[in-house]
Every structure is written in C-alpha cells, then in structure tokens.
Ligand binder design. Structure first.
Ligand SMILES: [Zn+2]
Ligand SMILES: [Zn+2]
Ligand SMILES: [Zn+2]
Length: 488
C-alpha cells in the first residue's frame, strides 16, 4: 500500500467549502461536504441516508437542508440512489476488440486462455489448467512501453536515477563510463544495460535524430514539463507510448507490436468517464491511482496538453477526441503507472483469486492467491480490498464504470442492511479517533500484500467506539490545515 502525505483543509476553516453564513447551501457545497466527510472518515460512506443527513447537518448547523434535499443533491451527482441500478456507469460504453482479433497480437502464455465472459463483462482471462495457491500463473517482464516515473524526471535529468526505471544509481562514474550506461548527448544514466536497451524513446524524445522530424524534442520538453506541473500522468504516459510506436516503426523488421497491442486494449474516452464520475475529485476517487488532475473543468488542461502533444509530434493526425480516448484507455488499463497488456485483460473481483508482484525492474508476476480450477476465470482487484463496500463500489463505478456485484459486495451489502447497530457506532467515530487511526494505520491495518498473499477473507477495520458522542468538535480548534498520510 502506498502512502502519500496530503494537506487537507478542515471545514472549520472559513475559507473551506462551507461559508459561515450560507444558510441556503448550494448543491456544490452540499456535494463537497459529503465528499469531504467521506474522505476524512472513510467508514462514514457506509452510513445510511438518515445517519448521513444527521452528520452533515451537525457539521453545518447553519444550513437549511432537508433530508430530501440531500437525497436529491446526491442523486444529481450520481452519488446515491435507493436503487443501485439507477447509479450511472459507463461499462457498456467501453469498447474492445474481439477475442479472435486480439489473441494473435497478445502472445498469450500456455496456462491461460482469452475468452469472452458469458455475462457481458467483456473479455476475460481464464485458467487452462489448475493452479495451486502460490503458483505463478504468468509473468510479464516488460510493460507495453516502459513509462519512466514522472515524479523522478528531474532526478533523471541530473543522472541521479535510472532514466527508465527510476531506481537509484549506485555504480561509480567510472563503472558507468566503462559499461556505456550513460547517454552520449545528455546527463542521462541507466542502471543496467537492460534498461538502456529497453529505453527506445530517450534519443528520439530528447535529441534530434532524423526520423523525418516525426518528433520535436523542443515540443516534447514543453509537453513533459506541462504534464509534470499538472501531474497529468496519463498524458505523459500516452506521449511515451506514442513515441515508442514511432521508434518501433523506425526498425526495419518492426512488427508494430506496441501499436497493435495498444489498439487491442479496452477503451473509452476520458470525457465520458469524467461526465459519469462524481464531477469533482474532492473525494479523491477519480483516477486516484494515476494522479491525473481532475478539476471542476478539466477541458482547458486537456486542450493545452493536446496542443503540446501536437507540437511534440508534428506529423501526427490525432484529434483531440482520439487524444482523450488514449487518456481514458491508459487510465482504465494502467497498473502501477504501466500497461501490461495481458494483465489488463483480467477482470475485477473484490475477493480476487490472483495477486501481483512487481520485481522492481518493471516486470510483473501473477500468482494464484487461492487454488484455481481449470476453466475458472482469473480475477484480480482494481481497488484496495481493505476499503468498505460503498467506497470500493464507488471507486469501481467512477474509474471503471461498473457497479460491482461480486459475491463479497453482495454479502456485505446484505449484512449492512440487516445490522443497524454497526452503522450508529460508526457514526459516533470522532475526528480524534480518525487522526489517531490514520497516523497508526500502518500498524493497525493488516498489510495489504500479506492479505493478498495469505488467501484469507479480508476483514474490515471498523474502529472501536470511543463514546465521545456525535457532538460537533466545537471546543477544539485545529489549525486550518492538517497533514495526514492517506492511501494512494
Ligand atoms: Zn533501470
Ligand atoms: Zn540523452
Ligand atoms: Zn465487489
């Protein structure tokens, strides 16, 4: 589990989402406060609508807000419905190429088979033979195109880390020179001969090397800079993938594999995804893992990035719409920032039967988390399995467009429906507990990788009730900003 440090604004702050004298809150204010509450105290997403209404009105005593208003606002932003089926998704708009077309492109390993799922979930990977718990199902040593970690670009420029995989350079300058691990033109250095060989885009993107001016290094420098400043990971990634396609085509015996594999991936426009999402990233659910910026209006960022993309690749005939499809495609298929074509074919389940391990050099290994029968579908998890069912399902709906009805989700929904006392104890969870719990999260929560390995059922971490009651935190004033470690 990755943790990142984030600074949150508390709603006590007069510059926060809630104005002091806004007795009639706007729809956005209501939506934002609900999302902020869910973010501050993730387990409150499990509250029923009446309990949620109580929490929101306690947080905002001056608001004139009825429970019906709250329901209407949440429904408007696709955040709540009494009937699950009314929540909008976009899974039915995701396009993918046929099994017949994609199989020859993908080099599918012996133990698995690509098939169409019987229940309309698109393609899926199935076991061709039985696997025991802990068996390696397959490994993928190379992502589709190695995408350097965007946050390490300046360290790469300074030759402090490998220009491809981002790992620290421990070799002496003498060793690097003797083994040719440096770039002849700039200060870039690679950790190994393998990384240097795999980095097929460095020269094209950074230094002019003919290629009929298909790539403009000065345009790319601006594009890279813009993506970095806006944490637009997806745009940076598709720039690298596009450059890899051009670089591969420059090879005489090229089979155009990168292009064909990228084409075979499931796709949907980022615009469609965003329109169906909860329209704000305050809750931090949309593309949380890719770091893509989603502001109230991402259009200017998209357009600016697109114009710099065109400047980087002067001969490309890609339209803004195609660009946004690439962005959406990257976001729904990426894992750990990379695209592994085979792995991206595996469907989701909140109780997966496979788990992943990365080897630190961009390679991926897939293990059986439980015994798998021949013919059984391989299922992985796209979201943190330690999250509660509502948060998991919202993340899945926002980021992959479907409402999860796996066995675990249905079981947990049923338990919640029949157990009102769990909900009221969650409702009384105080901010103090919340802060303590977050700061000690590493110890208090079971390690995700351990959980995924040991094959046991996941247990939700419901904090003990500190009996503080659900008073508003009137007597304690916090700084307007708190810094907490949150899960990425
Ligand atoms: Zn490396
Ligand atoms: Zn260079
Ligand atoms: Zn599920």
């Amino acid at each position: 589990m990755h943790l990142k440090i984030e600074t949150l604004s508390l709603n006590d702050d007069k510059n926060g989402t809630v104005g002091r004298d806004s007795s009639l809150p706007s729809e956005q204010q209501i939506r934002d406060d609900v999302l902020l509450l869910w973010r501050e105290e993730p387990e409150t997403e499990e509250l029923n609508i009446h309990e949620l209404y109580q929490r929101i009105t306690t947080r905002n005593p001056s608001w004139k807000l009825s429970q019906e208003d709250l329901v209407a606002v949440l429904a408007l932003y696709n955040l709540y419905s009494t009937d699950d089926k009314e929540l909008k998704g976009y899974a039915d708009r995701i396009e993918f190429s046929s099994v017949e077309k994609s199989t020859p492109v993908l080099e599918i390993p012996r133990g698995v088979k690509l098939k169409l799922c019987p229940d309309g979930r698109g393609r899926g990977l199935f076991a061709k033979k039985a696997f025991l718990q802990g068996d390696v199902v397959f490994e993928d040593l190379q992502p589709l195109a190695a995408i350097p970690p965007i946050e390490k670009l300046s360290l790469m420029g300074a030759g402090k880390v490998c220009s491809l995989c981002g790992s620290s350079i421990t070799h002496s300058p003498h060793f690097i020179m003797m083994n040719g691990l440096d770039c002849e033109v700039c200060g870039a250095v690679w950790c190994s001969a393998a990384c240097k060989k795999q980095d097929i885009t460095h020269c094209f993107l950074k230094h002019i090397k003919g290629k009929k001016k298909l790539i403009s290094p000065s345009g790319w420098a601006k594009y890279e800079q813009y993506c970095r400043e806006n944490v637009f990971v997806a745009a940076y990634a598709i720039g690298i993938i596009y450059a890899s396609i051009i670089a591969e085509r420059g090879n005489k015996n090229s089979k155009d594999i990168i292009c064909k594999q990228f084409a075979s991936l499931a796709q949907i426009s980022q615009r469609t995804r965003r329109n169906v999402s909860d329209s704000t990233n305050l809750g931090g659910t949309f593309d949380a893992s890719s770091g893509a910026v989603t502001t109230e209006d991402p259009e200017p960022v998209w357009q600016k990035a697109f114009s710099l993309f065109q400047e980087s690749f002067p001969h490309s005939d890609i339209s803004l719409e195609a660009f946004l499809i690439f962005i959406g495609k990257y976001n729904i298929n990426q894992v750990n920032g990379q695209i592994y074509t085979l792995y991206s074919l595996i469907n989701h389940d909140c109780e997966p039967n496979v788990r992943l391990e990365f080897n630190g050099k961009l390679g991926l290994k897939l293990y059986a988390r439980k015994p798998i029968q021949a013919g059984e579908e391989l299922l992985t998890t796209y979201v943190n399995p330690l999250h509660g069912s509502k948060l998991r399902r919202r993340e899945l709906r926002v980021n992959w467009g479907f409402l999860c009805h796996c066995t675990r989700c249905d079981r947990e929904l049923e338990i919640r429906m029949s157990n009102p006392t769990i909900k009221s104890s969650i409702a009384r969870n105080s901010l103090a507990t919340q802060k303590r719990r977050k700061s000690s999260m590493r110890n208090a929560r079971p390690d995700l990788h351990e959980l995924l390995k040991n094959g046991k059922e996941f247990e939700l971490d419901i904090p003990e009730n500190p009996q503080i009651g659900n008073r508003r935190r009137t007597s304690v004033r916090f700084d307007t900003k708190v810094t907490v470690a949150v899960e990425e």
